[in-house]
Design a protein around this ligand. Structure first.
Ligand SMILES: C[S@@+](CC[C@H](N)C(=O)[O-])C[C@H]1O[C@@H](n2cnc3c(N)ncnc32)[C@H](O)[C@@H]1O
Length: 259
């Protein structure tokens, strides 16, 4: 069978079939589309297809996800990077200046720290996570993308000295356990430590509390939060200069506060 026929017959969405075909051949999607006559590596395709048919997200099946125009390695020990997080990156970029010491808390696959470090090369970056498995993926991505980041395994901001940091950025766990809006595929396959916080905003509350200790005067804390959490977030930040930024759908998703 050739790859074009395989894509047409695969019992998954067309785009998923194309991505699986491209991954199994080690080429891009457009190369697959340009060469439907290529032989289909049927055994490799079947293994990937079976994984997708269990409901496993495509990014875990192919082991890759694009973020801010770059290709990142992912596996089930890290959250799959989301487009909302690109809004956080866009909001933080104009705040960066040469020489700033910046920290990404809960770095997962490393997308935030790596992207910001590459986009603003004169800033210095530390990235932390409690998950050793996540940090291994983040380090692999940093190496592949030539982004010099110092990775530390630590709980929240515990590894950081008082008044030592200029900017803290985080996409923290913010889903309330039992939230019915969470897709079944997400709950089943993505790491629960990356998703859930006791009452949704509990991690954010602790992050902002700890940021007051760790940030230098006029330091900045920026983070993503869940749809519907804007009111609580504004209350957490009420004594700081802050602003809230909407995502592309117009839903408040990112907060930036300055000490
Ligand atoms: C929502 S994910 C974000 C991952 C990545 N930054 C991104 O935006 O795709 C949250 C991350 O926080 C980490 N995490 C959870 N609890 C933590 C804690 N107490 N201290 C540090 N990191 C934590 C998880 O392991 C996970 O990688």
């Amino acid at each position: 069978m050739n790859i074009g026929e395989w894509i047409r017959c695969a019992p998954v969405e067309w785009l998923d079939a194309e991505a699986i075909a491209a991954h199994s051949l080690g080429v891009t999607r457009s190369q697959v589309l340009a060469h439907p006559e290529w032989d289909a590596p049927e055994l490799a395709l079947e293994m990937l297809l079976q994984k997708r048919l269990t409901g496993m997200p495509l990014a875990y099946v192919t082991g890759r996800k694009e973020f801010y125009g770059r290709d990142f390695v992912v596996n089930p020990s890290v959250l799959i990077p989301r487009p909302e997080t690109e809004v956080l990156v866009e909001a933080v970029l104009p705040l960066l200046a040469p020489g700033m010491l910046c920290v990404d808390i809960g770095t997962g696959s490393g997308v935030i720290a790596i992207t910001l470090a590459l986009e603003s090369p004169e800033t210095c970056w530390i990235a932390t996570d409690v998950s050793g498995a996540a940090l291994r993926i983040a380090a692999q991505n940093a190496h592949a993308l030539a982004s010099p980041i110092k990775f530390i395994r630590a709980d929240r901001l515990e590894a950081l000295a008082a008044r030592s940091v200029d900017l803290i950025v985080s996409n923290p766990p913010y889903v309330t356990p039992g939230d019915v809006r969470l897709q079944a595929e997400v709950e089943r396959f993505e790491p629960h430590i990356a998703l859930f916080a006791k009452n949704g905003t509990s991690f954010i509350r602790e992050l902002v509390h700890d940021a007051r200790r760790v940030l230098r005067p006029h330091g900045i804390v920026a983070f993503e939060f869940g749809a519907g959490q804007s009111g609580e977030v504004r209350e957490i930040l009420c004594d700081l200069h802050h602003k809230v930024v909407p995502d592309l759908a117009g839903v408040d998703r990112v907060a930036i506060a300055r000490l």
